[in-house]
Write a protein that binds this ligand. Sequence first.
Ligand SMILES: Nc1ncnc2[nH]cnc12
Ligand SMILES: [Zn+2]
Length: 335
Amino acid sequence: MDMNVFIQGIPKAELHLHIEGTLAPETLFRIAERNGIRIKFDSVDALRQAYRFDNLQSFLDIYYEGAGVLQNETDFYELTWEYLLKAKDQNIRHVEIFFDPQTHTERGIVFETVVNGIYHALSDGARNLNISFCLIMCFLRHLPESEAMETLSQALDFRDKITGVGLDSSESGHPPSKFIRVFEKARKEGFLTVAHAGEEGPAEYIWEAIKDLKVQRIDHGVRALEDKSLINELKRRQIPLTICPLSNIKLCVFKNMQEHSFKKLFDQGLCVTVNSDDPAYFGGYVVENYLALQNAFQLTRKDITQLAINSFNAAFISQDKKAIFIDQIKKFTAE
Ligand SMILES: Nc1ncnc2[nH]cnc12
Ligand SMILES: [Zn+2]
């Protein structure tokens, strides 16, 4: 079996995926037209040309603008469903999806519209595509703590639909410690927790995410290498890192894939997982991210298998479910 077929076929979980980041240019245009929204690009190609970024902020500016076309429950449903079809194609068996309610509530879309549209598609995906799921609500860290607290209050009515909370958006200057009280309340209310840290920000932000926010996973965490004692802690506690290789190259975190910290983190025995972040903007879904790493670091089938196992071990699912998925991996690799 050739490596592409192997990577495509092996059962996988995706744990770091912003649903607003799956808005393909074609879908963006279709939804904008349906909602009577004018966009500043003349064509799909012109929009795609704008997907050149120098850093995280230059991406976020375009990403938030794109999300502005999403207005109705159907829009959120369609967006999510389109992603799930892609996930099915790539043999992704379990997804943990981020959404950014503040991106929408700030422009007058009600919280319920967003959650219900996404959740309805995820439920249909579980039933009809056999993809299990969790929904994770992210707070926008560039906004004040008080607004995150307000968003958390709104989420309490949707406790049955939202499994966890996370932290995303502009990292520099917005350390995890800004949200200590929000995460404390979220944990008390029973939400699981994750946070973006060490994407552009320093290793110190990863420490804060672990110590101050007490998160169960770190999103990105690729700058952890800068601190040996942090590496020891991540390894000792097997705190998963949800790494998104193509994202890190597109946003100039590393000059090229060969310089990515992935291999050093993986070789030291950290629980590293491979994810797509915002695939419509970064040029690849999960399979393309695995392939990019495989190419850059000559990963073996054993490495790929370990990454797929890690993806289920790091997931917010029961030990029994993990064992079932890992068994499916073993069956696949024995074929
Ligand atoms: N890579 C990323 N980092 C921070 N916030 C984001 N929101 C969407 N993608 C993100
Ligand atoms: Zn992300």
